[in-house]
Design a protein around this ligand. Structure first.
Ligand code: URA
Length: 438
């Protein structure tokens, strides 16, 4: 078999066999197939798609590119959560300590930023000393001792996904249903999850722009879980505007801390309570979503979720003083509040435009391996449906240079659209895809 023939076959819209997919994935993982051929293949898949059978074969080939974690001796039931990526999506930072505080142990392997969407690892690395490279042994020990881990994918788990993820970030090959489904599900299967909560984002700031695409991705991932003997449930959640108010690594850590301490923005709090409630049901800690919500709310109100977050940071080498006094976290040189240029109802805040602006400010990467700036980003003050008056603060830009600040200001003003008529607030969720509901 030759890699070039497999690229040509997909370019010509033909179905790949399981053997061809395995050959390509294994060859790329061990370095026999170079980045340029893998990028061409990923682009052919993005343009021409895959049938569900090919996507399942791709997922399993990525799982088999490395080891599988067996957590059965460590925790009674392994529930994992994964977001398909959004703007201002700091959900994991809040939800994982909340569910751990409710008695459900979670060991999560997260990713870095992808395209315009932020990544949990980049956010957590804003905390000086915080390690995201735990070994499998360290992962297991920490899961047992404090019931909470938030680290990067270890090199031996689904390494094919690790390589493709970084390559797709910089080759315009992210927004593909088969590539996203196999990337997400391979990590979760290799990570030993018994049950998976999928937060499938939809809207301008998501890789799935329409509800139809998001539903298709959610159904595909839920069916891959089923085929491999796992439980999965997907929430279709709004990403037409940033989630919460902060976009940018350290800024999002600050917002997650506020939410864990009960003073975060309402939309982020509500989103996190729903995700946590479903995880608690999947983990058999709660008998219903309502009961799960009550438990999650109590964990925030009683401070146990915040205590868990502190134990997590300490266990992974982070300097606790930075989260106890978040003003010590990295701060940009230039911080400027931009007032609203007009009066009216806010009709749209283009989340993708906001995410791309954060990347331009330095919060994300343009090339594989680029360093990022944890201090830069954006805080928005108004959400869709809000009434805003001329001169009222609209957003704050945190920038490294005056030029980047000016560019961001203009782009962000362009991302806001107005109406003289009342505009309805956006919903947080559009639906649930469960194994029985397809
Ligand atoms: N999240 C992932 O883990 N992979 C993708 O491809 C997109 C979002």
């Amino acid at each position: 078999m030759r890699a070039v023939d497999i690229i040509i076959k997909k370019r010509d819209r033909q179905e790949l066999t399981c053997e061809e997919i395995e050959f390509f994935i294994n060859g790329y993982t061990v370095g026999e197939i170079p980045d340029y051929q893998a990028a061409a293949w990923a682009m052919a898949v993005l343009l021409n798609g895959m049938v569900p059978r090919e996507t399942t074969d791709l997922t399993l080939a990525m799982v088999n590119s490395g080891e599988r974690l067996d957590l059965s001796g460590v925790v009674p039931i392994v529930v994992d959560k994964h977001s398909t990526g959004g703007v201002g999506d700091k959900t994991s930072l809040v939800v994982e300590p909340v569910v751990a505080a409710c008695g459900l142990a979670v060991g999560k392997m997260s990713g870095r930023g992808l395209g315009f969407s932020g990544g949990t690892l980049d956010k957590m690395e804003s905390i000086p000393g915080y390690r995201v490279d735990l070994s499998t042994d360290e992962f297991l020990k920490q899961l047992k001792s404090i019931g909470l881990v938030l680290t990067g994918q270890t090199a031996d788990l689904a390494p094919a996904d690790g390589k493709f993820y970084a390559l797709r970030d910089v080759t315009g090959t992210i927004d593909s249903i088969p590539l996203i489904a196999s990337s997400v599900m391979s990590k979760k299967i290799a990570g030993g999850a018994d049950a998976i909560l999928l937060d499938v984002k939809v809207g301008s700031g998501a890789f799935m722009r329409t509800l139809g695409q998001a539903r298709q991705l959610a159904e595909l991932m839920v069916s891959i879980a089923e085929l491999t003997g796992r439980r999965a449930l997907a929430l279709l959640s709004d990403m037409n505007q940033p989630l919460g108010r902060a976009v940018g690594n350290a800024l999002e850590v600050v917002e997650a801390i506020k939410t864990l301490r009960g003073t975060g923005p309402e939309d982020l709090k509500e989103h996190c309570l729903t995700v946590a409630a479903h995880m608690l049901v999947l983990g058999e800690v709660a008998g219903s979503v309502e009961q799960g919500r009550d438990l999650a709310k109590a964990a925030i109100a009683q401070g146990t979720a915040w205590e868990r977050f502190k134990s997590l940071v300490t266990a992974q080498g982070g300097d606790l003083s930075y989260i106890e006094e978040p003003q010590k976290l990295p701060r940009a040189k230039i911080i400027e509040v931009v007032p609203s240029p007009r009066t009216g109802y806010l009709a749209e805040i283009d989340a993708r435009w906001v995410g791309e602006t954060a990347v331009l400010l330095g919060a994300g990467r343009a090339k594989k391996g680029d360093a990022i700036d944890h201090s830069v980003g954006i805080e928005i003050f108004a959400k869709v449906g809000d009434w805003v008056e001329t001169g009222q603060p609209l957003f704050t830009v945190h920038a490294k240079t005056r030029g980047e600040m000016e560019q961001a200001r203009q782009r962000l003003l362009d991302a806001h659209r107005w109406s003289d008529q009342a505009v309805e607030a956006l919903p947080l969720f559009y639906g649930v895809i469960d194994q029985g509901s397809r």
